[in-house]
Each structure stands twice: as structure tokens, then as C-alpha cells.
Design a protein around this ligand. Sequence first.
Ligand code: F6P
Length: 761
Amino acid sequence: MRILVADVGGTHVKLYLEGQSPRRFDSGPGFRPETLVDGLRRESADWHYDGVTLGIPSPVVRGRIAEEPWNLGTGWTTFDFEAALGCPTVLINDAAMQALGSDHGGRMLFLGLGSGLGTALVDEGHVVPLELARLPFRDETFEDSCGKRGLKRLGVAEWMRTVLEAAELLRLSTAADYVVLGGGNARHFERMPDGVRLGSNDRAFAGGLKAWNHARPLPPAWQALRQASADGDPSLRALFAADPARAERFTFTVDALHVDLSKTHLSDALLDGLLTLARASGVEALRDAMFQGAPINTTEHRAVLHTALRHRGTTPVMVDGTDVMPAVRDVLARMRQFTDAVRSGTWLGYTGAAIRDVVHIGIGGSDLGPAMAVQALAPFTGEGPAVHFVSNIDAAHLFDTLEGLSPETTLFVVTSKTFTTQETMTNAQSARRWFLQRAHDPAYLRQHFVAVSTNAAAVTAFGIDRAQMFEFWDWVGGRYSIWSAVGLPLALAIGMDRFEAMLEGAAAMDAHFQTAPPARNVPMLMGLVAAWYTSLRGVTTHAVLPYEQRLARLPAYLQQLEMESCGKRVGRDGRLLPLPSGPVIWGEPGTNGQHAFHQLLHQGTQAVTCDFLVGLEPTAGDAEHHRLLLSHCIAQSEALMIGRDADAVAAELRAGGIDEASTQALVPHKVFPGNRPSTTIVYGRLDPRTLGLLLALYEHKVFTMAAVWGLNAFDQWGVELGKHLAGHIASDIAGTTHAPHDPSTTVLIARAREARSHGAS
Ligand code: F6P
């Protein structure tokens, strides 16, 4: 981001941009915001910038100019700078901007000695706006004594003594660790007493950049929501006592899914606030933009159209003026042809044998979706081949998987959007060698290797024919790609009819997300409630608890979906978010979790929200197992909500004949605080259509969360640095380079290198 910083003073405006010499133009009494915008446009016409920080000689409270600047003209408090400048703009008091630039940590009081007296406090990097200048001091005000008038009246020497006295008084009253004197008249000071430092006007630029990166003020809708729920929440038990019908009112049905939000703190009042937040954040407009193929992934300049992959109608879906649907349908048709051939045994290996095993190689979004779904839909595989998944670059993953497989009957599917991902390429090369060591002739690769990618050139360079490649497109994000050819291993496992049934389920959820009013829009409601818990109730961790064993990989899948999408600290405009975002997602299938981490869910010190998921009908056939499974799932959400208080615990202990002393000692350990929120999602039977509904439900929940936080849910820059460093460290370990690193990393690399040399000898 390139940020233009404008320091608006009483006589001129100074402009700064990285890599450019500062420019200035005149201001003065009568100077209005429109004139500032004109001057700024004129003077910076040949500069390219993405955002502007304006330092204003006036109090700025929560990003708004609170008073007309006394030394300029009027119109400042109501002026819309973002609209006039046509780019994101941060407003900050000019003294606070200089203060931020001079900050050295700790708690610093900044005094800007100019025509007036600017004051600001910076506490551990956070600016606290102050307006101390007009407080009484020596029968006048601090500003009268320390500003330009005081300098004229008192003469330099006396004025300096006065400023230092005022500084010490203000330092004490603001409990600051030290004072920085800035502004034009600070130049009169040559030596400073202890605890006082000299700032510099030039620091305004650094301050302007810091101000940009500072948390933006809380948007009004979030402020309103915070205020509306500032008195705390009624307990879940109280909510049910007040309204026994809330179970029905807050359970929503979409197709085969029933989503029970009644055990969350959702109430009519909270719902109102959340819907206002959704409106103010433009959730619906952003949703429509996504479905229409607008480039809402702004950092990668891409459309986000995983929804087109399951679009069932005949209407076109346009990206950059082209209908993408013919290509989508074409790939689906090719997938059908191929999967039919493999599943029916007409696709033959190099010795003429049918394919019995598919080894899928991919990672992240090119693995988690199909790996999760193949397990989830195991009862639907019929006569399909066994499908195995290899993702980790640890050779054990590949070679343990290949153990016992025959190259004659094994098909490799190599999936990578970029076809450059190191883990996938390394595994694919090793798989290729394994195959050729046995099959010998590279011509046989044709029957045994296919690719799924957007990068045809890299696929061909790897040695897989273009004809053996299933295409997808840059408008499909990795973690949203199961609906594309990335789903090929799933289609091989369950057949194309069932794969398309999954697409239909997702399309039904898309239709609901697009058309249901926000108050009954289930993914929207789930996303709004989740964002509220995270941002305003400090719940930073969320457990996904599928009770079906076959959904064992759902938590891992949702981990990528939600954490890669919402695990971000800056918004779409590049500025820090004002609220916590993106909770940690984790989980395990119940009932295993009950015997491991549910202790913390029930009695731990931190709040965790939970999603319980269960099918009402068994997929494994044993009704008695299933009755018990259901009972555990339902009991957990009840226990989390109702808890058990000290009286009930004591009564139970006494009834069991426990003496009073032991009862008193045990009670605190056996109390369950309760009031712990959860959402329960139930459905009939976990089939392809239901899985499609469920995954799309979560996609749109995540979309909503990102929208109200103002995040780009569709990029993932946070994975890049580690990848980049690993590249250097790999050659450091090999000993071909010796790049400088921090001491800890250096020792770890040395150990790895040493172990490698022992291994080699
Ligand atoms: O590591 C991040 C990531 O880019 C994921 O977003 C993606 O799903 C995964 O890597 C795999 O990428 P590719 O499909 O290009 O191999």
C-alpha cells in the first residue's frame, strides 16, 4: 500500500509520499476542506497512492473531526474526505500524527509547539487523543503560555522555562513516562532535561503511516451492536425460561438441514443488531457481487465463482464478459466420461488390468475437500476403486500408501491449482519414479497419471498430456474447489451421478443464501452470530464436533475454509481491523472428544463455541449404536447450556452419603458453570446432497463473517513467508548455501545438516 500523508498546518499543507521529495502548498485562515482536496489533487497528480492520511489541527475523535480547526476556515466537521478523494482516508489530529512518528514505546506525552499547543498521548503505540491546551495554567491557559503568543510575550528564555514547567505538570497529570517536544517552535530548545526529548516535524510522515496502520475506528454498526449488548447477555437458561418457544423460533430448516441456534445467545434484540450490522456492512451487496462474477478477491484481482461450479440452470455466469458455464459443463462431462471408464473397468492399466486403487496427490484445498468427502460418503462408493490420499511431503505418507499397491492397477491423480506446490510436486515425482521402476516404459504413464490444474504448461512439463488434464480456473479458490475437477477423486469413488447430487445440494444452499431474507438466512445468521461471539464476546476458539465417524475430517476441512479465509488482521482496505476476527477452528468426531477435551469445554476458563453435527438416521446400519450416538450428541449441548450449580452438586453428594467436609471440598470441582453456547445441525442421512448442503452452508457462513469484518476471504498471503524461507533453508541444509539466520534458526539448520551428513555416511 502506498500512503500519501498530508500534514495540514495553519500556514501550509505538507505532502509526503515514500520515494518522493515532500511538496507543499499554502493554507491559512478561511482554508476549507474543498480547497485542501483541490490542492492535494493538483500537487500529487503525478503520484500513485492507495490511501491518504490527513493530519488535521483539530480534535479527531473516532475518525471524525470533532471541531472546526481554529486557525483555518469551516466545513471540516461534516466533510466526506473519502468521497471527495475517491480513496480510503484516515483522519488524525496533527499533533497525534507527529506524536506517533516520534514514539519510542512506553507512555509518551507529545507537545506540539506551534502557533497553538497540540497535545497527544501515545501509550504502547496507541494514540490517545488529548485536548489539554485550553486548561488553566498560570492565570491563563497552557496554549497562551506555550504557544506562539507566549513565545512573543515572554521571550525565548522565559518561554522555554515555562514550556518545561508546563511539560512536567502535564507529564505528571497524564502519568506519562516521558515528554516529546515537537512542532515548529521546538527548534528553540538545544538541551533538554531528563525525561524530555526533542521531536521533529519530519516525523509526521512516519506518524501518518503508523496512523494508517492503526486500527480504524469501530464502524457505527459495530459500535451500536456493542452498546446494545453492553449490559451483558441473559443466560441461556433465562432466555429459554422467558421464551420456551425459542427452540422453534431459532431452529431453521434449509432443505435437509435443521440448524438449531436456540442454544446460542441469539435474542430478538441481538438479532436486530446483527441484521443492522449485516446491512451496514453490505453483506447482501457483496454476496450479489460474488455471484455475478465481480472481482471481489481484490488483492489477486480475481472473481470468486465456486458457486458457478454447481450452478444448475441454463443462465450464463459471466467473468470478464465471457460465460464460464460452457467450460464448467465441458469439464463435468469429461469427468463423467473418465470416471465411468475407470469405475466400469474399461479404463485399463498398462498390462490390461482394470484400475483398483486411485492415489490422489495434492495438499491444502487440493486435498482436504475430496479426502474429507470420500470418507464421509464411504457408503456410496459401490464398485468404485479404493481412493487413497497423499499430502504430506514426508515420504512416509507416500510410501506407506503405496505399500501393497500394484502399479498395474493404480491410477495417480495429481491435483494442484498452481502445479508448483513443492509438497505435491515432490510427491508426484516420487510416485512417477515408483511407477516407472516397475512399468519401465514412460509411454505407460498415460494410463496411470492424470492431472487437475489451472496450469496446463506445468502439467505438460511434468509429463502429463494436456488430454489427461482436467481443468479448473483462477476464479476457484483452493479451499472452495471441491466442486470443480478437484473433486475428481471423490467422483471416482462415488460415481458422477452422486458427485452431481452433491453439487445439487450446494446449489440449493446457494439459492437459499441468495434469496432468503437475512432474518431467515441460515448461513448469514450463523456467520453473524459467530462474528459477534468472536468480536464482542472474546470467544476466540470454535470447536466443530461431528458425531458421525465418517465426518472425521470435517474439522480439518473447515479449519482451512475458515482460518485461511478469516485469519487476517487487515481489512480489504489494508488497514488493521478494529476488532478480533477469525477464531481458531478445531475438533474431532464425538464421542471421542468427550473422553479428551470436553473437560475444558464444560469447566475450562475460556469460552468455546461448538457446532454439533449428527445425522438422525444411521449410515452404518446399527440402530442401537445410533441411538446411543444421538443421545451423547444431544446430551453434550444440553450439559453445556444448563450446567450444574453448587446446590445441586452438594445435594447429590449428601444424598450419596458423603460427609459435609468432603462435600464442601468437592463442590467447586463438580460445578458446571453452564451457559456455554452451541449450535446443533441435524439432517436425515449423510448422503451426497446433504454433504453439498452442509459444505455450502459453511462456505456462506464464512463469507458473511468476512463481510462484516471487512476482510478479503479469498486470498491467503499468510502462507507465503514460510514457503519462501523453506526454499532457502532447504539449500542451507544441503550445504549449498549458508544464508544468515537468527541464532536459533542457525543452530536448528546446523543440527539438520549434521544429521544429514551422518545419514549420508
Ligand atoms: O498453502 C496454501 C495454499 O495455497 C492453499 O490455499 C491451497 O489450497 C494449497 O496451498 C494448495 O495449492 P495448489 O493447489 O496450488 O497446489
